[in-house]
Design a protein around this ligand. Structure first.
Ligand code: AMP
Length: 279
């Protein structure tokens, strides 16, 4: 049976009674769970003895109030899904203060990776993500933490945060889980109408166009073509081809070995992000 803790004190007490003995894996989420989240649980189960998941819709990382209030919430279904997936422990705080009490604010220098792409287009977003993940890491004190590469920039930011704070936590990135038609699974997909779900396939189209034509035409033309593909069915914010570690844009002169294309676009009211490994 999965154990559910609603307060950080009871969770900490329980974890301190088993820590040291078992390797603890942690999967932080905002609920409204789908196969993408469950794949993180499966990865954690493979690599750790005990899997802790948290469900907390973190208000400080939303830069739009409407996005926060409309964020889908269904904890009963989530609990069932986690139980079936074999999660051992769920941290399900009832209110914001349960997580943020006793917060010691730190200011971190994480460089370019927090300022570009999502950092530029969603001011304050990563401040909120860093605050909540640091708090959750301090509460759970896992050995390993599992993040989806769907939020590629978030994964890099958390990995760097753990390093800069000398946390003894291995931050691991897990593959993007997609629908059969290629659409990356996301809690926000639930808010798309049938027509919008079709239009959302444009992200895949643009990312694959980029991968298939990389090296065949100039970078600026390629980027403009991908942006143009997005514009046909959505309102793109960015489409960038970046070094996968620094997130600096690739130029014809750069010699990156890991390159990724990352994009954010809105389908009606719903903002979606996705990315693809180019090389
Ligand atoms: P969220 O609930 O959106 O905050 O996501 C919680 C975790 O699930 C994050 O590490 C996400 O990157 C990950 N995640 C969300 N969607 C997917 C997906 N389609 N494939 C893999 N991981 C995902």
């Amino acid at each position: 049976m999965m154990k559910i803790f609603k307060t950080q004190r009871t969770l900490k007490d329980y974890l301190s009674s088993i820590q040291g003995e078992f390797e603890v894996g942690f999967v932080p989420t905002m609920g409204s769970l789908h196969q993408g989240h469950l794949s993180l649980i499966q990865n954690a189960k493979k690599r750790c003895d005990i899997v802790v998941c948290s469900i907390f819709v973190n208000p400080t990382q939303f830069n739009k109030v409407s996005d926060f209030t409309n964020y889908p919430k269904d904890s009963l279904e989530d609990i069932e899904l986690l139980q079936t997936a074999g999660c051992d422990i769920l941290f399900l705080p009832n209110d914001v203060n349960e997580v943020y009490q006793n917060e010691e604010k730190v200011s971190l220098e994480l460089g370019n990776i927090v300022n570009v792409l999502e950092g530029e287009h969603r001011p304050g977003h990563f401040d909120g993500v860093i605050r909540v993940v640091k708090l959750l890491f301090d509460i759970v004190q896992p050995d390993k933490a599992f993040f989806g590469l769907k939020d590629f920039q978030q994964f890099l930011v958390i990995q760097k945060m753990a390093k800069v704070l000398n946390m003894e936590i291995e931050v691991l990135g897990c593959d993007i889980i997609r629908e059969d038609n290629g659409l990356a699974m996301s809690s926000r997909n639930k808010r798309l109408s049938n027509i919008e779900l079709k239009n959302a396939l444009v992200l895949q189209k643009a990312l694959h166009h980029c991968k298939n034509n990389f090296g065949k035409i100039g970078l600026q033309d390629l980027q403009a073509e991908c942006f143009g593909i997005l514009q046909k069915e959505s309102e793109p914010e960015y489409f960038e081809i970046c070094d996968a570690e620094s997130l600096l844009p690739i130029t014809e002169e750069s010699h990156s070995e890991n390159i990724r294309a990352l994009t954010a676009t809105s389908i009606g009211e719903i903002r979606l992000i996705d990315n693809i490994e180019i090389v």
